[in-house]
Ligand binder design. Structure first.
Ligand SMILES: [Zn+2]
Length: 205
């Protein structure tokens, strides 16, 4: 595994950890196209993924992705066997499966609240992922797994947060706790004032 490739990946992972609160085990949502190419290139996803991402991973997929492989027949049997071993995450299409690409994108919503990584070779998914801030994209190129650099939507989001146009999730939480702290402080202060310094209590009220 190239040192430079690993270094770039490390930087990208830090970006998602810092700006989008990604934590281990990383949730890797995988589709059939990724499995198929991994198989063709003799890449052991289960071994390679945690090494490359330098952390614990949880490999998962959806029922729709599995169903799609089933309908595509014998050629994809190997990929299906691999995909079947991953955890199947609940999607919104339990009764009526949709194409894997549609399903994967639906798992992300508008803000990727479950912090999924997406591993795919499907251009429809890739194009969709790039419109959503905070979705790390994995694909296979030249026999290796590659973590894509953060897309423009992610960079724009982070910039907007830093400019104060948007409030990140982490900030929302700290603002909330700050407010709660203030509230409890002012309660004790006010209590103290009532007991001791009547004049000041009137001023602050
Ligand atoms: Zn689905």
């Amino acid at each position: 595994m190239g040192l430079k490739r690993q270094k770039v990946a490390k930087k990208t992972i830090s970006f998602y950890k810092y700006n989008f609160s990604f934590r281990e085990p990383f949730q890797i949502l995988i589709d059939g196209t990724f499995c198929q190419l991994a198989l063709k290139n003799k890449i052991q996803i289960k071994e390679q993924m945690p090494k490359y991402l330098m952390g614990e991973v949880q490999l998962c997929t959806t029922n729709c992705a599995l169903k799609e492989l089933e309908t595509l027949g014998k050629e994809l049997y190997g990929a299906r066997i691999i995909l079947q071993k991953f955890q199947s995450r609940r999607c919104a299409h339990l009764k009526d499966p949709v194409p894997a690409s549609e399903c994967l994108l639906s798992m992300l919503g508008e803000t990727n609240p479950h912090n999924y990584f997406i591993a795919t070779q499907d251009h429809t998914v890739t194009a969709g992922v790039k419109k959503i801030p905070g979705v790390p994209l994995l694909y296979i190129i030249l026999n290796t797994i590659v973590l894509d650099k953060p897309c423009q939507a992610s960079l724009d989001h982070v910039k907007a947060v830093s400019l104060g146009e948007l409030v990140s999730t982490a900030q929302q939480q700290s603002i909330r706790s700050l407010k709660e702290e203030r509230a409890s402080h002012s309660r004790t202060e006010r209590g103290g004032e009532k007991r001791g310094r009547g004049n000041r209590a009137i001023l602050t009220l």
